[in-house]
Design a protein around this ligand. Structure first.
Ligand SMILES: CC(C)(COP(=O)(O)OP(=O)(O)OC[C@H]1O[C@@H](n2cnc3c(N)ncnc32)[C@H](O)[C@@H]1OP(=O)(O)O)[C@@H](O)C(=O)NCCC(=O)NCCS
Length: 418
């Protein structure tokens, strides 16, 4: 008698390789298992997927904490003055002042880039003023996606024509369809296919996960994953708790198989790992349903809002455990990681997560923080940290790229410099 089964073996580079195990039952007591390569699967699965290029683009304009707080506090004065009688009668709560010192201490943020500064600091507006574009024009989000894509393609030493799949993955897309990814594909002259995906703070890592799988499956040869995080239109600049958190940016990565990679700094993707756990502690309710619900489509609950303390308490242990488990699957201890490219929501979150993993604080060299300049850029944060801090690693150095946030969602990649 004979029994066939597909199993998995760990190869020398820690990638899981499928094998075919055929067990011959010679008699009642004696079995002879024979391990053979699973030839069909091996064609693709044994090939190493790499990140061969990364690009970080940011808008020209930025807003410092001081500028932001000055505008917010002027808005507060105007609001409290306008509602002085109701406030005195106890019918309206007076708005409290914000403070630049608080923002830096509580978050690590000193300034943030913004796609269109005009309007955001105007106390009669409190939102950026972005000119609408005709259907025939390149959309705002596709435009910044293209900027980041070009930088990533340059870093990977390839042209747009060498790409056959585009994933635009971010916290918000400016429309439902046609996909921003397909618009980018058209703008760059890419043959193949593209699609959008939204996974809030983990959109970038989850997008890279999908690229990794498409390459493993042989469905694409070179994938461009772009994260055009145009978040400023969703910020409630009149909310003291969140007006300082976000900045605009676009990042992109090129993923392909090792044999075709031509970039100067190429990283093997050892594996990917994802986790989601439903929570309403970070929410944005804006969507197409609001039109039918007869509610204010721009009310505070339609914009970004969060229970920041709860997020902090719940996400940090989840992220630390996730990373530890992911590393353990490669028999790598946290001490064996040369660099941590972590999600950039809050400096104190990253300090805590590193302490849990390493038993001590990580240095800026080990776990770079980009919050001071970029603020929280939704899913792009860990990619910015990677993009700006990966060239100095040497062959064999291991790093962890990890996002955590709304959903909740956590996405990681364990990568190794070639
Ligand atoms: C948002 C965040 C930075 C706030 O920091 P925090 O230390 O938790 O601050 P709290 O909200 O507890 O507020 C502490 C005090 O500062 C006050 N405060 C809040 N915002 C303020 C501001 N802009 N300026 C001055 N004071 C402020 C609060 O009212 C509170 O005062 P109280 O103690 O008298 O009640 C932090 O909770 C956080 O990073 N959370 C999760 C991560 C995140 O940002 N995720 C985003 C999506 S990924």
């Amino acid at each position: 008698m004979m029994h066939k089964q597909i199993s998995w073996l760990k190869s020398a580079n820690s990638a899981l390789v499928p094998v075919r195990v055929i067990t011959f039952y010679l008699n009642e007591k004696c079995r002879l298992p024979v391990v053979l390569p699973n030839l069909y699967k091996r064609m693709h699965m044994s090939q190493q997927v790499v990140i061969s290029g990364v690009g970080v683009w940011h808008p020209k304009e930025s807003i410092t904490n001081e500028e932001l707080v000055e505008s917010y506090n002027a808005y507060v004065d105007a609001f409290n003055h306008k509602h002085a009688d109701e406030i005195a009668a106890g019918d309206v709560t007076a708005m409290p002042y914000s403070s630049a010192e608080f923002i830096e201490k509580a978050s690590g943020i000193k300034r943030r880039y913004i796609y269109q500064k005009d309007g955001a600091l105007d106390i009669n507006r409190m939102k950026p003023k972005i000119a609408p574009r005709a259907d025939e024009e390149l959309s705002h989000q596709a435009e910044i996606a293209v900027e980041a894509a070009k930088l990533a393609l340059d870093a990977a030493n390839v042209s747009a024509q060498d790409v056959d799949a585009v994933i635009v993955s971010c916290a918000y897309t400016q429309r439902a369809y046609p996909a921003i990814a397909i618009e980018v594909q058209e703008a760059l002259g890419i043959e193949g296919f593209g699609f959008d995906m939204l996974v809030a703070c983990s959109a970038a890592t989850f997008g890279m996960h999908r690229a990794y799988e498409m390459l493993c499956a042989g469905n694409a040869k070179r994938v461009l994953v772009i994260n055009p995080e145009l978040v400023s239109p969703q910020i409630n600049y009149t909310d003291r708790d969140s007006h300082f958190i976000f900045g605009d940016v676009a990042t992109a990565t090129v993923l392909e198989l090792a044999d075709t990679a031509k970039g100067e700094h190429v990283y093997d993707v050892l594996s990917t790992k994802a986790l989601t756990k439903f929570s309403s502690n970070i929410r944005s309710n804006f969507g197409y349903m609001t039109r039918a619900e007869d509610v204010d489509p721009y009310g505070p609950d339609k914009l970004f809002h969060q229970a920041g303390r709860k997020v902090f308490k719940e996400v940090c242990p989840l992220a630390a455990e996730h990373i530890e488990t992911h590393l353990a699957s490669h028999d790598i201890a946290p001490e064996g990681v040369r660099r941590w490219w972590l999600h950039q929501a809050n400096i104190n979150m990253n300090t805590l997560i590193c302490k849990r993993l390493l038993g001590r604080e990580a240095s800026q060299e080990e776990a770079p923080i980009v919050l001071d300049e970029y603020a929280n850029t939704a899913s792009a944060g860990s990619v910015i940290a990677f993009g700006l801090n990966h060239k100095d690693l040497v062959s064999g150095d291991v790093g962890v790229l990890c996002s955590f946030g709304a959903g909740y969602s956590i996405g990681s990649l364990v990568i190794k410099k070639r």
